[in-house]
Write a protein that binds this ligand. Structure first.
Ligand SMILES: *Cc1c(COP(=O)(O)O)cnc(C)c1O
Length: 490
């Protein structure tokens, strides 16, 4: 299958490209993104067949449906990385919280957040293509805290790959920062930026589109790619776990095959939700995808009133920082799927020029056919964390907690919900400790200890040892100096 572009194609560019090309240079012409030419249909047969498969078998067959130009051996090697997750037989456990609410846990990989679901296999695929082509790549990653550690982990010591990882200084938890700045390998560079995540992501998009930067890289015999979810190579691995979670509900006798469910997704850049939408389009029985946000509630307003409006908005810092985003990149892929490339180009231009676009009433109806949305503020989130722990003995992180609000306000209780848990408690411990005990301590190390006592949970070794590791990256710079710093590294 080939990949086409969300904003249409400039006449001097190739109108469609194979998967390998789409992931090596993820920004298409006119600044658009790559999307599959069509979505394969799974059909009930596929679901029935995979009721008894394990995660890797399901993943392999799903990927084959896309007919991507990646060798079988590479796909298998990539999927083998799921063996490193907590339970080799099931990397994504689905836990029943109450009669109509299940939690799909996406955080059982090496860096304890859902970014591992896609970045682990993506790393193998990208580095294999680079080696096969005998090319060297610089992978840019902008992170609000979880993509960075996952990208560094997957590309550590990868052949033909160097990584430059940009994080907002002060915008991540201690654990997230330590996961990055202690990652020691000669092909990795971690850079703190004085700014917020949107600054890091904008800088990344500018560099990806800059011919001047590409020419400078060429002098180092290096090409440029990105590990953010603008890259379809990540999205493709994020369709799988939605199908898996659905099948888990069938296996647990929570639903009958064919029965519709809600997918409730804590959303920032919309990669996770887009994976759910593609699963729906491919035939997974989904009633709606419910988009959960924090106080940065642009997506809630888009879905409820049809306006993407960031004219007077600044990002606010919240208790769920991985969702502190105003320009949610993957919404563009939804616009394309629903309204086509001409309209997408128009809307995205409006957003770039005016920080605003508005859907027509008819377009809004179409969007609301597949999506619903609400947002949850930090205090409500902490209340849900405490309540869920006291009622069900279940500990959730502040991102997952945003789903509890929309579960109450958006869903019909007769339809079962799969809510996605995107991070382990260890990554956002100060907020959780505050929710459980009221303590106000900003140090992760103390919060981890107090939660582990309160909830009788072990702190995982990989988290404990972070606090004793040597810090190997200590560069903090202004965003204007990013390209200079990266070229110095090369
Ligand atoms: C990245 C992230 C999100 C947001 O996911 P998107 O795919 O960007 O919408 C939510 N929660 C956590 C913990 C994350 O790391």
């Amino acid at each position: 299958m080939n990949f086409i572009q969300t904003r249409g194609c400039e006449s001097n560019k190739q109108s469609s490209v194979p998967f390998s090309e789409a992931i090596l240079s993820p920004i298409a012409s006119f600044g658009g993104l790559y999307v599959p030419e069509f979505l394969p249909n799974l059909g009930e047969e596929f679901l029935t067949k995979h009721l008894n498969s394990n995660y890797k078998e399901l993943a392999y067959d799903m990927l084959k449906k896309f007919e991507i130009d990646i060798d079988d051996e590479v796909i298998k090697k990539a999927l083998d990385l799921y063996d490193k997750f907590d339970d080799k037989n099931n990397p994504v456990p689905v836990v029943k919280l109450q009669e109509n609410l299940y939690v799909s846990e996406l955080y059982h990989g090496p860096t304890r957040a859902f970014k591992d679901m896609a970045l682990q296999p993506f790393g193998v695929v990208l580095s294999s293509i680079a080696q096969a082509r005998d090319e060297n790549y610089l992978i840019l990653a902008a992170t609000s805290g979880d993509t960075g550690p996952a990208a560094l982990e997957t590309f550590k010591n990868s052949k033909n790959i160097k990584v430059a990882c940009l994080y907002p200084n002060g915008g991540t938890s201690d654990v997230q920062r330590l996961q990055m700045v202690t990652e020691d390998a000669s092909n990795l560079k971690v850079i703190g930026i004085n700014g917020v995540f949107d600054d890091a992501q904008s800088a990344l998009k500018l560099l990806l589109a800059s011919d001047e930067f590409k020419v400078s890289l060429k002098k180092h015999n290096t090409l440029l790619s990105a590990a953010n979810s603008v890259n379809f190579g990540r999205i493709i691995f994020q369709i799988i776990y939605h199908i898996h979670s659905y099948l888990e509900l069938v296996r647990q006798n929570g639903i009958n095959l064919g029965e519709k469910v809600y997918l409730n997704v804590p959303s920032g850049n919309f990669g996770n939700a887009l994976g759910g939408y593609y699963a729906l389009k491919m035939g997974l029985p989904v009633e709606k995808i419910i988009i959960s946000s924090n106080e940065n509630n642009v997506l809630t307003r888009l879905i409820n009133v049809g306006k993407y409006d960031i004219r007077d908005s600044d990002v606010v810092s919240t208790t769920s920082p991985a969702m502190d985003i105003l320009k949610s990149s993957n919404v563009e892929r939804i616009l394309f799927d629903m309204f086509g490339s001409e309209r997408t180009k128009e809307l995205m231009n409006d957003l770039e020029v005016n920080n605003f676009y508005e859907l027509t009433p008819r377009e809004l109806v179409k969007l609301q056919n597949s999506f619903d949305a609400d947002f949850c503020n930090g205090n409500e989130g902490k209340k849900y964390i405490k309540e869920t722990f006291e009622k069900h003995g279940y500990l959730m992180d502040p991102h997952t907690a945003t789903c509890m609000k929309s579960f109450n306000t958006c869903s019909n209780p007769n339809i079962k919900t799969i809510a996605y848990s995107t991070a382990e408690w260890t990554k956002f411990s100060p907020v959780i400790a505050n929710a459980l005990t009221g303590e106000v301590d900003t140090e992760d190390i103390n919060a981890l200890v107090s939660i582990s006592k309160e909830a009788s949970l072990e702190i995982p070794e990989t988290i404990k040892e972070l606090f004793n590791k040597e810090i190997v990256h200590n560069v903090i710079i202004e965003k204007e100096d990013i390209s200079k710093e990266i070229l110095k590294f090369l």
